[in-house]
Design a binder for this molecule. Structure first.
Ligand code: ZN
Length: 197
């Protein structure tokens, strides 16, 4: 693994301090959107409720991908709507979102992506990458040219492969278990289902 530069370390500690300050990280026994169980849950809306803090994170994502020339930003509902809006605002381009349709995602509301149009995909918390992958599939099925994926928090233990560049404002690998392997279930601890997407 590449070692981080002093600038990156400074940025990481500032982002960690911000997340601690607003209380994003909760501890307990949580059912994640991915279906996995975890002793930690990143309550993204603790951050997303503050336009100023959300703006700071979107600046990091926008700065990373600006030179790739995206024409539109797409995020999966629900948090991705906010991140797509703000990142697009900062880049001066369109921001749209992909909604659940069974086990896939689609662009509704007359949202369109032209064939060959450059697309940046954003999301709040990356765990298994399912929401991002569904969004990528929706974009690619319309002929969109994905320039990268930007997420607020990458909590995956092993980053999923999206076939494009992945940037996270904070890389924070966090334990997650399949229900059948969950030691918290084995201990009989009550499962919490946080606000779902
Ligand atoms: Zn469990």
């Amino acid at each position: 693994m590449e070692s981080a530069s002093p600038q990156e370390l400074k940025q990481t500690s500032q982002i960690e301090a911000l997340f601690r300050h607003v209380g994003v990280l909760r501890e307990g026994h949580f059912l994640l959107t991915s279906g996995l169980h975890s002793p930690t849950y990143w309550e993204k809306f603790r951050i997303l409720q503050y336009p100023e803090h959300t703006g700071t994170l979107c600046t990091m994502i926008a700065d990373r991908f600006r030179s790739d020339g995206p024409a539109v930003v797409v995020g999966p509902t629900t948090g991705g709507v906010i991140l797509a809006f703000e990142t697009a605002r900062q880049l001066g381009i369109r921001g749209i979102f992909a909604e659940k349709d069974g086990d896939r995602r689609v662009l509704r509301r007359d949202f369109a992506i032209q064939s060959g149009e450059k697309v940046l995909v954003v999301d709040d918390v990356l765990t298994t990458g399912k929401s991002v992958m569904e969004t990528l599939n929706a974009v690619r099925s319309m002929g969109g040219d994905v320039v990268g994926v930007g997420v607020m928090i990458d909590r995956s233990e092993v980053a999923p492969s999206f076939g494009t560049a992945l940037f996270s404002c904070l890389r924070a690998p966090s334990l997650a278990y399949r229900p059948e392997d969950c030691p918290l279930c084995a201990r009989g601890m009550a499962l919490t289902k946080p606000g779902s997407s």
